[in-house]
Design a protein around this ligand. Sequence first.
Ligand code: ARG
Length: 405
Amino acid sequence: MKHAKKVVLAFSGGVDTSACIPFLLNEYGVDEVVAFAADLGQGDELESVRQKALTAGASQSLVDDLIKPFIEEFAFPAIRANALYEGKYPLSTALARPLIARRLVEIAREVGADAVAHGCTGKGNDQVRFDLAIGTLAPELKVLTPAREWTMSREELITYGERFGIPAPVSKKSPYSIDLNLLGRSIEAGSLEDLSLPPMEDVFQMTSSIEKSPEKFDEIEILFENGNPIAIDGIHLDPVSLISKVNILAGRHGFGRIDMIENRVVGIKSREIYETPGLLLLIKAHQELESLTLPADVLKTKLNIDRQWAELVYQGLWFTPLKNALDGFIERTQNDVNGSIKIRLHKGNMIIIGRNSTNNSLYLSDYSTYGNKDKFQHQLAKGFIYIWGLPSRIWAEVNSRKELK
Ligand code: ARG
């Protein structure tokens, strides 16, 4: 059966997405496959990725540099939202998906395709993110998902690919499944499936081990403006350069490793290792600046909004009215988030060693001090506590009477 005429495929150069090309052409009866690979700072040789798609039978193979929008429109909002899924994972993989989906849809419209395709399996979160984003942005496009339907094992897949000139993976195959971009690396499978063991050192690339990290600490100062990191040690940097620089500074001290069991959208638990040195450091520094500059009730409400924001993004709900509404709340709060946070990096730790906000610090020593310049009116606390505790005292009075009866 003919599933579509012209398809734009999200292409990574791996065996799975490569096999998608002959599969779409032969099994799905598609006339033409246009491959699209995104440069998100993963450091792949993208010209050879582009060639691979042509070898596998794509009629056109496109590579787009999306690093700038990735950092500005996806990573920076995540920093402003202190986004940590289940309190731990800074969404380095999840944030890339709505951007790739958005570009897939744009290309499909540019080349007049009637469908888009991705090579995600039926077990992961990424299929959810692609399907939902595409469905919202372009309800008119079909979404073809060969890897969710074929029943080939990995060996069968490699053999299938070889029939169409797709070379088997050359280097001795990595035992891990890895996703990477400028924000970090996500690593699962292989020996990581034994939950009783720590990850082997060979899973890491962006972060040093504690043993090999420098004996001497480094100190850095991050300047924020409206919740966005804009300078390191007084030097202003564009968002992409800033993230790249913090990745290196924090990574060499072994900061940014996460080993977690997480709850996937499809209902299973999985164990994933992340290394996201720059993003994690910037989120923690941003959080610290908010503690200093946001009023108590705003801060506490934002903790809930932030948690919900991270959950929506993890679950593939980037392009939704609820996500937009939460963004609205977050943006309103960020006008106050100006100042700098000083950090010491040492042996896998980031330690906050200084906070400063000239215009927005709500820590007024007039009130907070224990010294003799104290303006706080101690005697008024008594009346406040009388009224604050009234409901529970009334309850206690009523209930103690009952017990006496
Ligand atoms: N669990 C992460 C997420 O859902 C990463 C998924 C990709 N991981 C991988 N090792 N291929 O965002």
